[in-house]
Each structure stands twice: as structure tokens, then as C-alpha cells.
Design a protein around this ligand. Structure first.
Ligand code: SF4
Ligand code: SF4
Length: 143
């Protein structure tokens, strides 16, 4: 392991992150809100692209050292201290959300407060209505 990596505490080995579609409807924002109900999950926007990040240490990590260094995946091989996010400004995202409330505030700004509230009420009524009037599993099979 490179010295810089030991000093940083192996940050990049303690989470994984991947790109997600940019939400642009109430339902899509509500999906992001659901992600953010989970422990260790955050969502950020970086140079206009949306990402979900899950805090979860790599199983190969012991005391901030990789125990699988020779056989580490390509994504680890391509991620070097020279280009990683642990460089000045690397974690300066356009926006970052770590709670459901934060994404709600953002969604209401993007969609408009009234439109957001209306879509929320409609979406909930539809979902709750479906659940309430759902047919029993065996309905219609009796003769
Ligand atoms: S690649 Fe960067 S973030 Fe990862 S351990 Fe090394 S210095 Fe830290
Ligand atoms: S395989 Fe090694 S370098 Fe890759 S995330 Fe795990 S501990 Fe880090």
C-alpha cells in the first residue's frame, strides 16, 4: 500500500459508489428519499451527475490495509492517490444529501413546492388505495 493511502485511513476502501439516473419526477425523488432512509447511504451530485454512496468497508480491509492487494479488482487498480477523491476539492460536490429531509427540500425546489405537495398527496393516495383494496390472493379462483 502506498504511504499516502495509509495516511488517509483507506477512505476509498470503506464505501462504494455508483452513478444513478438524475431524478426529475416526484416518484424518482421519492425513490432517492427511500435510499436515504437507510443507514450509511448518501447521494451526491458531482459535475451534474448523480451518485449513490454506501458506507461499507471492504472485506479485504484489515487495519486500513488491503489484504488482497495483488488480486484487487480493476476499479481499485485504476484508483490511485494521484487521481483519487482524497485530493484537494475531490469531495467538493455540487450537492450532497444524507437525510430524507434534505432531498425533499431539494425536490420541492426543483419541482416547485405546490407541485411537489400535490404529487406527494396523489402518489400516497394511489399507493394506500392499492393496498387497501388489494384482492385476497385466492380471489376469483373459487367456482
Ligand atoms: S487511493 Fe486515495 S482515498 Fe484511497 S486510500 Fe489512497 S489516498 Fe486514500
Ligand atoms: S480490494 Fe483492497 S484496494 Fe480494493 S477496496 Fe478492498 S481493501 Fe481497498
Amino acid at each position: 500500500m502506498i504511504d499516502t493511502c495509509q495516511q488517509c485511513g483507506a477512505k476509498c476502501c470503506k464505501y462504494f459508489c455508483f452513478e444513478i439516473d438524475e431524478p426529475d419526477t416526484f416518484e424518482e425523488f421519492d425513490d432517492v428519499r427511500w435510499y436515504l432512509h437507510h443507514e450509511g447511504v448518501s447521494v451526491h451530485i458531482d459535475e451534474g451527475d448523480w451518485y449513490i454512496s454506501i458506507a461499507s468497508p471492504c472485506k479485504a480491509l484489515t487495519g486500513d490495509r488491503c489484504t488482497n492487494y495483488d488480486d484487487r479488482p480493476l476499479i481499485c487498480r485504476n484508483y490511485t492517490p494521484e487521481t483519487c477523491d482524497d485530493t484537494p476539492g475531490g469531495y467538493d460536490y455540487d450537492a450532497e444529501f444524507s437525510t430524507p429531509e434534505q432531498i425533499e427540500v431539494y425536490a420541492a425546489k426543483v419541482l416547485g413546492q405546490k407541485a411537489y405537495e400535490k404529487a406527494k398527496a396523489q402518489g400516497r393516495a394511489k399507493a394506500d388505495g392499492k393496498r387497501k383494496f388489494k384482492k385476497p390472493v385466492h380471489a376469483g379462483k373459487r367456482k
